[in-house]
Design a protein around this ligand. Structure first.
Ligand code: UGA
Length: 433
């Protein structure tokens, strides 16, 4: 099929490349000239495992092009809107400026029978509003809402082999067109839920709200575990064996961040209030508060470990991205903790395998290195903030030779405390004795 993808950020760049890899002819559109130039040269503007390969192979076949001119989308049969919906400044609500702008820019270029497919995460009600606008401005085109569930770090796999497809549609034709787009996944037996716009929009935000709630639940248990002298990781293992609960997303630690979970639960709360049902999701405020408290707990524990003040003490912060296998530092708990410790006067040296550039652009006041060895050198305290494989695999004996004092705060509960203690380290974490 001929496809356009409007918005080439984390979602759109992966979606465009994956659709081309499936054999469709794709044009990716973005207003950011630099991003488009990089993508056209088959250089991903961000770190995402597997993306360089499918971007290179698809651009080489000529099936994948990039442009800053929306008119280049005109001959597509299907247009995916994949622009960002960040938190609006000074509010919890989602900022729909980019969705509305992309949609309006597309309208004059829609061919008869074209299908516009929303992928961006939007407040429930947005698709119905856009469908009404479409009926008036381009009555021969149709709208569908097809939320995206990809995880950064696994985005290519999640797009090529989704665990489910959700279509919010207004008529059968939209379903038929989407079935052609996703034929490979459907033939592989991927479950497909065809529903109305509002349900499709809600599926997305409720999925993220559930995941955020699961993480904050276990983090709340880690607070209780700390007070009671219990071990939250053993607790998570034990309750996780109950198939109704499941072990995934029960890793207690510094909390969730990124460009999705934090802003999505806030936008959901804001939208529920507009619908007069604020109390139904009032618990999400608590989920958010528990999550932000984790960052404070890490900072407080660092202060405690250094005897009451971090002032002028050398702290190595390992990890800056919001999670491993990503260079994304949007609302990253790791970066937030590094900045807070710096603000308290600590001599912070922060490192990350991929995210130093993005972190430095946001917080130039912090000192950075791309070398773990450098970060560890003479440290009074090591804070493991993002569980990259190379930090999980650190050898406590080797690392112990580099630091000033063998003291580590495991902000992700991924180290084996016994092995580290055996190598002479003082080990602390959230929710473990
Ligand atoms: C999330 C959802 O998982 C995707 O399904 C969704 O498509 C995406 O948002 C989106 O809305 O676009 P992502 O933001 O890539 O994906 O990250 P997650 O893997 O969900 O992790 C979110 C945060 O939770 C990370 O900071 C991670 O470190 C943290 N986390 C995760 C925990 O603290 N504990 C856990 O047990 C799991």
């Amino acid at each position: 099929m001929r496809i356009s993808v409007i918005g080439c950020g984390y979602l759109g760049a992966v979606h465009a490349s994956a659709m081309a890899a499936l054999g469709h002819t794709v044009v990716g559109i973005d207003v950011d000239e630099r991003k488009i130039a990089q993508l056209a040269a088959a250089r991903p503007p961000f770190f995402e495992p597997g993306l360089p390969e499918i971007l290179a192979s698809s651009t080489a076949t000529g099936r994948l092009r990039f442009s800053t001119d929306i008119a280049d989308a005109a001959d597509a049969e299907v247009h995916f809107i994949a622009v960002g919906t960040p938190q609006a400044p000074g509010s919890n609500a989602a900022d729909l400026t980019h969705v509305d702008a992309a949609f309006e820019a597309l309208l004059p270029h829609l061919a008869d029978g074209a299908l516009v497919v929303g992928k961006s995460t939007v407040p429930v009600g947005t698709a119905a509003r856009l469908a009404a606008r479409l009926a008036e401005a381009a009555p021969h085109a149709a709208l569908a809402w097809n939320p995206e569930f990809l995880r950064e770090g696994y985005a290519v796999k999640d797009t090529l082999e989704p665990d489910r497809l959700v279509y919010g549609v207004g008529d059968d034709r939209a379903q038929h067109v989407l079935d052609q787009v996703y034929r490979a996944a459907i033939e592989a037996g991927t479950p497909r839920i065809v529903t109305d716009y509002a349900t499709a929009e809600l599926v997305k935000v409720s999925a993220n709200a559930f995941l955020a709630t699961k993480i904050s639940f276990i983090n709340a248990m880690s607070e209780i575990a700390d007070a009671a002298g219990a071990d939250v990781t053993a607790l998570a293992d034990a309750i996780g064996h109950d198939a109704r609960i499941g072990r995934r997303f029960l890793n207690a630690g510094i909390g969730f961040g990124g460009g999705c979970l934090p802003k999505d639960i806030r936008a959901f709360t804001a939208r529920a209030e507009e619908l007069g049902r604020g109390e139904a999701v009032a618990f999400l405020r608590e989920v958010d508060a528990i999550n932000l408290r984790q960052r404070q707990r890490v900072v407080d524990l660092a202060v405690e470990l250094l005897g009451g003040s971090v002032h002028e003490r050398r702290i190595a912060v390992l990890g800056l991205s919001f999670k491993p296998e990503s260079d994304d530092v949007r609302d990253s708990p790791a970066l937030d903790v590094a900045v807070q410790l710096r603000g308290l006067g600590a001599d912070v040296l922060a490192t990350d395998p991929e995210a130093v550039g993005n972190a430095r652009a946001r917080h130039p006041q912090l000192a950075y290195t791309t070398s773990t060895e450098d970060a560890l050198r003479d440290a009074d305290l090591v804070v493991l903030a993002t569980e990259w494989r190379e930090y999980r695999a650190l050898d406590p004996v080797e690392a112990g030779r580099r630091v000033g004092v063998r003291r580590i705060l495991d902000g992700r509960n991924v180290l084996d405390p016994a092995a580290w203690r055996a190598a002479g380290w003082e080990v602390r974490s959230l929710g473990r004795p």
